[in-house]
Design a protein around this ligand. Structure first.
Ligand SMILES: [Zn+2]
Length: 274
């Protein structure tokens, strides 16, 4: 795929690294030149997870909520855009009085309705289909592992911004090319896939926040919950870089593990509409 301009910031020209990727020198986005248009309506790459997968995804969603929770101030509604198999909604319903999910993936929407009995809307995010009394509440929007699939990521962020009231929160999480897995595995990393238009960097996330006029409340890195608290991973990180390990141990926030900080395959930001 030929790209004339950055899909996030519009900057041109892109810096072609090789036949796989081109980097934007302005916002830091790494474009996947082999990305393909994917339809998720009948599932795409995402299937209904088995029990073991669901358990880890739920723990993962709970840890994600722990990152946002310090910023709750009367927020009682979570709207998860790209809710997948619904674990974020499931985790949030214990803490918040209202949850709502959006996804285009029919099998997953059916799974949430039949097995989790949580409110979900089949389709792309559209504030016009949300009940006005829900839109009037103090809300948290979440976009986890969604933007990397989009050819116009800023369009969805702006659309979300428009649905937010002052004080509402937006949590974004994306895979990074600056994390350990991409640095070590490069294009062999399983998140370098044709479904992903780009991989992000902390700089690209900062560009999103700034260009939409959000206030950044928190920013950092994490990994999927399964590896995050693995003792084996912790020892490996300690022996590889003992000084950095000890530094991270004293400086990291309590809601992140050492592996979240040192491996850092996913980037997150907690944003607020002023
Ligand atoms: Zn750019």
């Amino acid at each position: 795929m030929m790209l004339d301009a950055c899909i996030l910031c519009g900057h041109t020209p892109l810096e072609a690294l090789d036949t796989h990727a081109a980097r934007c020198s302005q916002c830091g986005l790494l474009h996947n030149l082999a990305a393909e248009e994917t339809s998720y309506i009948e599932g795409g790459g995402q299937a209904v997870p088995n029990e073991a997968k669901t358990r880890w995804r739920l723990i993962n969603a709970q840890r994600r909520l722990n990152i946002i929770a310090p910023h709750f101030a009367g927020h009682d509604t979570l709207i998860d855009i790209g809710c997948g198999s619904g674990e974020m909604l499931l985790a949030a319903k214990d803490r918040l009085s209202h949850v709502l999910g959006f996804d285009t993936n029919r099998p997953l929407i059916r799974h949430i309705r039949d097995n989790l009995a949580l409110p979900v809307i089949e389709g792309y995010f559209d504030a016009a289909v949300i009940a006005p009394d829900l839109l009037a509440r103090k809300k948290i929007f979440t976009l986890s592992h969604v933007l990397e699939h989009l050819a116009q990521p800023l369009g969805l962020v702006r659309q979300t911004h428009a649905a937010m009231l002052p004080g509402d929160l937006l949590y974004i999480e994306v895979p990074l090319y600056t994390g350990q897995s991409f640095r070590q595995q490069g294009y062999r990393w399983n998140l370098w896939t044709a479904e992903h238009r780009a991989l992000y960097s902390p700089q690209a996330l900062d560009f999103i926040a700034t260009s939409c006029g959000f206030k950044t409340l928190s920013a950092g890195t994490r990994i999927f919950a399964r590896g995050s608290y693995s003792a084996k991973t912790r020892w490996r990180l300690f022996f590889r870089q003992p000084l950095l390990f000890l530094k991270c141990l004293v400086t990291k926030p309590t809601y992140l593990s050492i592996a979240d900080v040192m491996i850092g395959d996913y980037g997150f930001v907690v944003l607020q509409k002023p």
